[in-house]
Write a protein that binds this ligand. Structure first.
Ligand code: HAX
Length: 442
């Protein structure tokens, strides 16, 4: 057994025992109540599942295994090229709950390098798709094509004891994460660079090698990739990509089927596709005013977008009620590496103008920017201008969070998910009953 697998087992097996015991002994404790409004509004705020890897606080933002982003930028091992954390480190943290040493991070990287080979049929399938196929559609289809390699699916077919589910799932998530940069880079080069592909460089770390296969050799771009792929990994369990992966996985669908489903959710414009939409919208804004607009011109552009019944991409959040710390981390990177960039100036101006206008609509619960408000302009700065590809980058990172969670689900023996649903007629009858009971009491 590899060392990391061994470590995971030493953490997960006692925890599985502990959760079984706590449900048996304290299963009756009430966690919350919910309202008709919540049922009609996307179940916001209802606690409905366990996610061990991260927890989102509305005011403070995300904590990964208890650590905030600034803490992780300090504590996680960095590459020799520094100063941004290596995504292998956050993977180790999400999986085990421990901050890894540099040696442990290097071991993860070596393990992923060993597993990174992508079977030819995946590339053949991608090559057959029409050129106009959106990169996220290609990404999801490639993950599905790779399902031929699922160890879990094979072992299940052979007949496997429930207690062993986590073991082939570990193999699947390691193999899948190892292969995603190669697949994503293949999609990028096929779609935008005349199909001229770049072989991996096994001397580089996971993110550095990804940057290399995309065709970007600048040192600062590698640093950006390490930061980008670290901060996008996870956002607790209820967001669409995480919840979908978890839900599909609860039917014992393997990691490939589950991740592809999650990626289809990430591809929605209210979720991960917002990264692409923000870049498009900001470029339109710059074009409309021939350069960096004034605050008045920005306000005019925002109001026009709202008047057309569209959302301002990159602003708002279903849980957060303050500026997303993932936005702040990217803002700090931009201040340090590209302070004079024209698009960065626009993003800074948007930060000053947008929240007040959104607040004035009287309906938005969070007028502050989210992670997607910033990422695109960083990529454009280094020449990666093809914004339809941005959500694929997001997906490569998000896979780390949702797949480590999926492995925890298998180790803890999480059962099939099956919440109840009701009809509006059922709700109306409930209202009628409660109203007449209240009137009878009065
Ligand atoms: N611009 C304009 N209106 C907005 C808005 C925005 N950025 N954000 C919310 N609103 C509107 C909603 O559309 C809703 O209007 P209606 O009542 O007319 O339907 C109202 O304000 C209340 O919405 P809310 O409760 O504040 O927000 P939700 O929890 O329903 O939705 C969203 C959260 C992130 C989907 C929303 O803020 C949004 O559409 N933002 C723009 C798209 C975006 O940036 N998405 C990425 C989010 C982060 C993420 O998942 N990244 O992957």
């Amino acid at each position: 057994m590899d060392k990391l697998k061994d470590k995971f087992a030493s953490k997960a097996m006692p925890m599985a025992e502990q959760t079984r015991k706590l449900v048996k002994e304290h299963g009756e404790i009430v966690l919350g109540q919910y309202t008709i409004e919540q049922v009609y509004s996307g179940m916001k705020g209802m606690i409905g599942m366990i996610t061990e890897t991260s927890k989102l606080d509305a005011e403070e933002g995300i904590r990964f295994r208890g650590y905030s982003i600034p803490e992780l930028r300090e504590k996680l091992p960095v590459s020799k090229e520094g100063p941004e954390p290596l995504p292998e480190g956050i993977f180790y943290l999400l999986l085990t709950g421990e901050i890894p040493t540099l040696e442990e991070v290097i071991n993860v990287n070596n393990e992923w390098m060993k597993r990174a080979n992508v079977p030819k049929h995946v590339f053949d399938m991608l090559d057959m798709l029409p050129a106009k196929t959106h990169p996220m559609t290609q990404f999801s289809m490639a993950i599905m094509a790779l399902q031929t390699e699922s160890v879990f699916a094979q072992k299940y077919r052979e007949g496997m004891n429930k207690k062993e589910y986590w073991d082939p799932m570990y193999e699947d998530i390691m193999n899948l994460i190892a292969r995603l940069p190669r697949i994503a880079a293949y999609i990028y080069r096929k779609t935008y660079k005349d199909g001229i592909h770049i072989e991996p460089n096994p001397k580089l770390d996971w993110a550095g090698n990804f940057a290399h296969m995309l065709g970007y050799e600048a040192l600062d771009f590698r640093k950006l990739m390490r930061l980008y792929l670290t901060i996008h990994v996870d956002h607790e369990g209820g967001n669409v990509s995480a919840h979908t992966t978890h839900l599909v996985g609860s039917a014992l669908s393997d990691a490939y089927l589950s991740l592809a489903a999650g990626m289809n959710g990430l591809a929605g414009p209210l979720h991960g596709l917002a990264a692409q939409e923000v870049a498009r919208w900001i470029l339109d804004l710059r074009e409309e005013f021939n350069g960096v607009p004034t605050k008045e011109q920005i306000a005019e552009f925002i109001k026009k977008t709202l008047a057309e019944g569209r959302v301002i991409p990159g602003y708002g959040h279903a849980v957060l009620r303050k500026t997303d710390p993932r936005y702040t981390a990217q803002q700090e990177f931009a201040k340090a590496n590209m302070a004079d960039d024209e698009l960065f100036k626009i993003v800074q101006l948007l930060y000053e103008v947008t929240p007040e206008i959104l607040k004035s609509t009287g309906k938005i619960k969070n007028p502050w920017p989210n992670v997607d408000a910033h990422s695109g302009i960083l990529l454009i700065h280094y020449g990666l201008t093809e914004y339809d590809f941005y959500t694929v980058l997001f997906g490569v990172s998000r896979a780390i969070g949702v797949l480590t969670s999926l492995l925890w689900d298998r180790a803890l023996g999480v059962p099939i998910e099956r919440p109840g649903s009701v009809t509006t007629e059922w709700i109306l009858n409930k209202i009628k009953k409660e109203t007449s009971e209240a009137e009878a009491k009065a």
